[in-house]
Design a protein around this ligand. Structure first.
Ligand SMILES: [Fe+2]
Length: 446
């Protein structure tokens, strides 16, 4: 016997009616075509990515005069240079003669010579040479410098904005700058970094990295030592944060004893916190079983290990609180930067839409560590790696990157109309409301 179930599916809006793709803030609902519509992606290209501050590269990528670094966002390429006076500049990465892209990747040159016909610019973007200039007529050379884009530096990160009338970067980041200053990101060193393609719209991927509602389901190995349920959130307009307690088991589990916390955190693959636990003098292993000194909690052991690192390595963690030494403080800088921050260690991730396929994006992952001068000197130069789709980047992100393309596929289902968000996904909602502010000119919710 067959049964019929009434399923109240709202009809999907027509993909061409862009206005219908706006966030429904009252119901905390997102029309699915926000993620699948080419028109939405096009609108974001023109109204968001052309207007918003973006992390382009690191100050460390340009250590000397003549160094350059390219940043690609959609079909735009920006060239950042360091001139002889060590000043940084940012330009559209294009020859003013025939439109050739001037540089790819990063490197070092005395000037910026186009490889097509040798038109050349100084490192500050001023015009240096037009090959056989006498053959051109009515050239206004005053307009032929490289075309500048807005640029500024924050804690070792070089930001650009394609809008030359952009608000100052400091104003843009102000809501969270005072929260992040104590970490001294600029004193950390990039120790590993990679770029990988992901088969999902860029917003699908951002969504997957700004909430912990999914942890118990796709990262079950985390919740014995990470309290997803009591994670707290802050939203500051465009930007947001969540604070994930580490060293405390999720109340979703039947057994939340410190034994469970200890075993799970000591297990290989539990990341930076597990590494810090193993550094603690209170921690030991007997016959492969993790042991903690009587009366010391796992949480306290990780905090103390952090303080010991600070003292013994001559590091300075500034004004970090005990919670900041053990918990995962997780920040989102609109539109596409995720910072997973610990003591003396953080992971910065960046999600960039693919320039051709609106249902693909690039995930750039950078690992930073605060190192002593000795450690810095002994360290081989870190090389950025470009990975094929599906190459492993670690157990937790692998779990995310397995799931997110299936979400993107599922969004096309005729049986599905809109994404529904709980309060645990408040940062997802805030992110989409900010996208709408750029794309549709809507006001921020109070
Ligand atoms: Fe995840």
């Amino acid at each position: 016997m067959s049964t019929t179930t009434n399923i109240a599916v709202r009809p999907a809006p027509a993909a061409t009616d862009l206005q219908d793709l706006r966030v429904d803030s009252e119901r905390q609902a997102l029309p699915k075509n926000r993620y699948t519509s080419r028109a939405m992606w096009q609108a974001e290209t023109e109204k968001l990515w052309a207007k918003v501050w973006q992390w382009a590269c690191l100050v460390d990528d340009l250590p000397e005069a003549g160094c350059y670094a390219e940043y690609q966002i959609l079909d735009q390429s920006v060239l950042i240079t360091r001139d002889e006076d060590l000043q940084l500049h940012a330009f559209h990465n294009v020859c003013m003669h025939r439109g050739n892209r001037l540089r790819t990747g990063s490197g070092k040159n005395a000037d910026v010579a186009c490889r097509y016909h040798s038109w050349t610019w100084n490192l500050d973007g001023s015009l240096k040479k037009i090959t056989d200039e006498e053959g051109f007529h009515n050239l206004d050379t005053s307009c032929l410098g490289l075309q500048t884009v807005s640029m500024d530096v924050w804690q070792g990160f070089v930001f650009i904005n394609l809008d030359r009338d952009a608000e100052p970067l400091a104003d843009y980041l102000a809501p969270m700058d005072d929260k992040l200053g104590a970490y001294r990101f600029g004193q950390h060193v990039r120790t590993r970094s990679a770029t990988m393609p992901v088969g999902a719209n860029w917003k699908t991927v951002v969504d997957g990295f700004v909430e912990v509602y999914h942890l118990h389901a796709i990262h079950p190995q985390l919740i014995p030592f990470l309290d997803d349920v009591n994670t707290t959130y802050d939203v500051w307009g465009a930007h947001s944060a969540m604070y994930q307690p580490i060293g405390i088991a999720s109340p979703r589990l039947a057994d939340t004893s410190d034994r469970v916390v200890l075993d799970s955190l000591a297990e290989g693959g539990s990341g930076y916190s597990g590494k810090m636990l193993r550094k603690s003098p209170y921690f030991s292993e007997v016959d492969g079983v993790a042991q903690m000194q009587e009366g010391v909690t796992v949480r306290q052991a990780v905090i103390d290990a952090g303080r010991m690192d600070e003292a013994s390595l001559g590091l300075d963690y500034g004004e970090l609180t005990d919670d900041q030494l053990v918990d995962d403080y997780h920040y989102f800088i609109f539109p596409n930067i995720i910072l997973n921050v610990f003591s003396g260690h953080f992971i910065a991730s960046r999600i960039r839409p693919d320039p051709v396929d609106h249902e693909s994006c690039f995930f750039d992952m950078f690992v930073f560590d605060m190192l002593t001068d000795e450690q810095k000197a002994a360290r081989p130069p870190s090389k950025h790696v470009i990975l094929e789709k599906g190459v492993s980047v670690g157990r937790v992100p692998d779990q995310d990157f397995t799931q997110l393309p299936t979400v993107q596929k599922g969004l096309h289902s005729n049986g599905f109309a809109e994404v529904l968000l709980s309060d645990q996904e408040c940062r997802v909602l805030a992110f989409h409301q900010e996208v709408d502010r750029y794309v549709f000119g809507t006001e921020r919710s109070p």
